[in-house]
Structure formats: structure tokens, C-alpha cells
Design a protein around this ligand. Structure first.
Ligand code: PLP
Length: 402
């Protein structure tokens, strides 16, 4: 792009962001009423919340608050040593619980992004190649950028059907291929095709998968281990990243390995060993959350959430709401096709007391803009019905129909 072209592009980005801020869709602050799970105070008004990742409502559970408080009294607000020097017992306890949850060897990092940054440069070796899904989360692209000399090819967004062809042209030239993708799309809520990936693992001995399960953590799979760990039986060529930041309701990211020696190398690698530790309050909350994940309580929460998810899907079909995808996940997307319509719909819903996430350019391309909404265990069927009815009503009133 010429410097004039790039100036115009950044002006378009700045202007779109300013529009979204003026429309009170982006860069807002919560009001005095705070966040209570079902409701969130936006601009002084309690709105029914359909925008957070707190799918299981763990963030305000007494056990997690208690875990955070006890860890703070024991270690202070910060444990001021890099892990490579001295780590708090909470790390060991958390990793032990996470190993039980996942059945693998785990490494905890202070974010999912840092987990990718620490893991990918260790697992991808000289002579390997990477194929990445174009719609993968930015954190995976950031980590792949740290792989000097590794060829990186891509498949178009979520076109998993094209993967095998891409692999066949790449296999001839490289020792191993790592396919890198999101397990559940943070935009549309659809899943990566785990069965097909398992077939490819069986078919091609050089095929490896690195899958980001940030959005599948907690709400699905035994002990909340997500879908990939639940469904892929041969994990010898699979690395899974989970998030402690979303439904897990603590802080950090986790990478799960089959091979303990790889986990040890990641932990000792240059990106993790001397980076700041997760502060004790959040480690305490994470330990408490992991204990809930290992208890029968989690199954009850997952089932309650599944009921709510199905309610959205049945309401969408009854009311003719054209969701982008109706996979049974707690995250849904309604395409709007332009920033203008996305902002208008977000505002109309807010006028009706409903808070959703307007996904506008530059977060996505203008034609891929729309409304993203999330469901939690705290919603009642009446909340979901109101929200879906409001969407059906408001979409009819937009300047251009969807
Ligand atoms: C799929 C996915 N991966 C990674 C991340 C980054 O997570 P973190 O904030 O823990 O670095 C996100 C954040 O939204 C995400 O949606």
C-alpha cells in the first residue's frame, strides 16, 4: 500500500472507531450499578447482559472470591519473583488440578496470548511448516510471527474443507505440518471440525494440530476441558490451549501437552521463565474455579447452559432470526452487513434494555459486521425470549433489511 493509501486506511479505521464510540457501542465504562451477571450498568442503566464470557456465572461465586481473598492474605497482591526463580505454591496446586481436569501435562501462562507465544516456538521446529486458518485469533498470528524461517501458509476463514489439499501440497516439502486454528470461533460461535481433524491425524503421520480452545474452556467437555481434549483420542500430535480468562473466571492461559518433556521445555523457555507471574489473588481464584470444574457442580452448570443455548436456537427458528450459525455454543452472531446497521441495531436493543456486542469495522471487515450475543446460566427463558423478540422486532425496523 502507498503511504497515501495507508493514511486513508488508518483514517477510515479512526473514523469507524469514533462512530462506534459516539454510538456508545465501543470504549464504554460500566456505571455505578456494576455487573451482576444477568445485568450490567451501561451509562447509568441496568441492561440485560448478553455480552460477557461469564457463561457459567463463575466470576461472582463465593468460592472464587474466597480463593482470591485467602491467596491475597497469604501472599499479598503480588508475588514479586519470576517463576523461574521462585514460584508460589498456588502455581503447583493449580497445575496439578488442571492436569487432572485435562488428563495432560499443563503449563500455565499469565494470558492465552502468552501461552501461544511460549508454546508455538517450542513445538514448531526447524524443517516444519505451519498452516493457519485465516480467521484464527490475532494471538495465534502473533505467536506464529515468532517462528523465524518457518513457512506459513493459510486456508481461507473456516474453510476446513480445503485443509487436506493444502496439506498435500505442503507435505512434500516439510518434515511436519502444524495446523493452527481456533476450536470455537469467537465471532460466530461455530466449532472447528474435530472429527475431520482426527481423521487427518490418523491419515498423515506428519500432521500436527495446535488448537486454541479459549472459548470452549469450562462450558463444554468433561471437567470443562473443552471439545478438542474431549474428542481427540490420539493426542500425541495435538497441543491444546485453554483460557482461564473467560468462562473459567480467573486469569491466565494454559497449554496442554501429551509429552511432559515438551511441557517442561515450554515452562523453561525464554518467554515464560522470566515473565511476570499471575498475581496471587487470581491464582487463588483459579484454584477455586478448578476445584469447581472437578466437582459435580460443573455438570449441573453445563446442563443449565445447554438448556439456555437450545432456547436461543428454537426461538431463532420460530421468529426467523437469521443467525450466522446455530451450533450449540453460548455465542451467536447476527450478520448486519455494515457498520451503520450494526450500530443502529445495537442501539435499538439497548433502548429496549438489552446489551449485546456490536462487532463493527475495523474489528472485522465492513461486510462481516453484526451483532454478537452470548448466553449464560444466569439467563431465564423469559430473558432469552425478550431478547430474541427484540432482535426480531428491531431488525424489521432497520434502514435496510438484513
Ligand atoms: C480465541 C481466543 N484466543 C486467545 C485470546 C486471547 O486471550 P488472552 O486475553 O488470555 O491473551 C482470545 C481473547 O479474546 C480469544 O478469543
Amino acid at each position: 500500500m502507498t503511504s497515501r493509501g495507508s493514511h486513508q486506511a488508518s483514517a477510515a479505521v479512526a473514523s469507524a472507531l469514533a462512530d462506534a464510540e459516539r454510538a456508545r457501542v465501543l470504549f464504554q465504562s460500566v456505571g455505578e450499578g456494576g455487573y451482576s451477571g444477568r445485568y450490567v450498568d451501561v451509562a447509568g442503566r441496568a441492561l440485560l447482559n448478553f455480552a460477557s464470557y461469564d457463561y457459567l456465572g463463575l466470576s461472582r461465586r463465593d468460592e472464587l472470591k474466597q480463593g482470591a481473598v485467602e491467596a491475597t492474605w497469604r501472599y499479598g497482591t503480588q508475588f514479586p519473583f519470576p517463576r523461574a526463580m521462585l514460584q508460589s505454591q498456588l502455581y503447583l496446586e493449580l497445575e496439578d488440578l488442571l492436569s487432572r481436569m485435562t488428563g495432560g501435562h499443563v503449563v500455565v501462562a499469565s494470558s492465552t496470548t502468552l501461552a501461544h507465544v511460549a508454546a508455538l516456538p517450542v513445538v514448531v521446529e526447524a524443517g516444519d511448516a505451519v498452516v493457519i486458518d485465516e480467521s484464527a485469533h490475532a494471538s495465534l498470528f502473533a505467536a506464529c510471527a515468532l517462528l523465524p524461517g518457518i513457512p506459513i501458509a493459510s486456508i481461507p476463514a473456516r474453510r476446513f474443507d480445503l485443509l487436506e489439499r493444502e496439506l498435500e501440497s505442503t507435505f512434500a516439502l516439510h518434515r511436519r505440518i502444524w495446523f493452527v486454528c481456533d476450536g470455537m470461533s469467537p465471532l460466530h460461535g461455530d466449532f472447528a471440525p474435530i472429527d475431520e481433524l482426527s481423521d487427518l491425524i490418523r491419515k498423515y503421520p506428519a500432521f500436527h494440530v495446535y488448537i486454541d480452545e479459549a472459548h470452549s474452556t469450562s462450558w463444554t467437555g468433561t471437567n470443562g476441558r473443552g471439545r478438542a481434549l474431549e474428542q481427540i483420542s490420539d493426542r500425541s500430535r495435538v497441543v491444546v490451549a485453554l483460557s482461564l480468562n473467560k468462562a473459567f473466571s480467573a486469569a491466565g492461559g494454559v497449554v496442554v501437552f501429551e509429552d511432559p518433556s515438551v511441557a517442561a521445555r515450554v515452562l523453561r523457555g525464554r518467554y515464560l521463565a522470566f515473565s511476570g507471574a499471575i498475581p496471587p489473588p487470581m491464582l487463588g481464584a483459579a484454584v477455586a474455579s478448578a476445584k469447581i470444574h472437578l466437582s459435580p457442580d460443573l455438570v449441573v452448570l453445563q446442563e443449565r447452559l445447554a438448556h439456555n443455548i437450545r432456547r436461543v436456537i428454537s426461538q431463532a427458528s420460530e421468529l426467523g432470526v437469521p443467525l450466522a450459525d446455530t451450533t450449540e455454543t453460548p455465542l451467536f452472531f447476527l450478520p448486519c452487513g455494515s457498520n451503520e446497521r450494526t450500530l443502529a441495531l445495537t442501539q435499538s436493543l439497548r433502548d429496549r434494555g438489552i446489551y449485546v456486542c456490536g462487532v463493527v469495522f475495523p474489528l472485522v471487515l465492513p461486510e462481516r459486521t453484526g451483532i454478537r450475543f452470548t448466553i449464560s446460566v444466569e439467563h431465564e427463558f423469559g430473558d432469552i425470549d425478550n431478547m430474541m423478540r427484540a432482535i426480531a422486532d428491531c431488525t424489521g425496523n432497520l434502514p435496510v433489511s438484513l
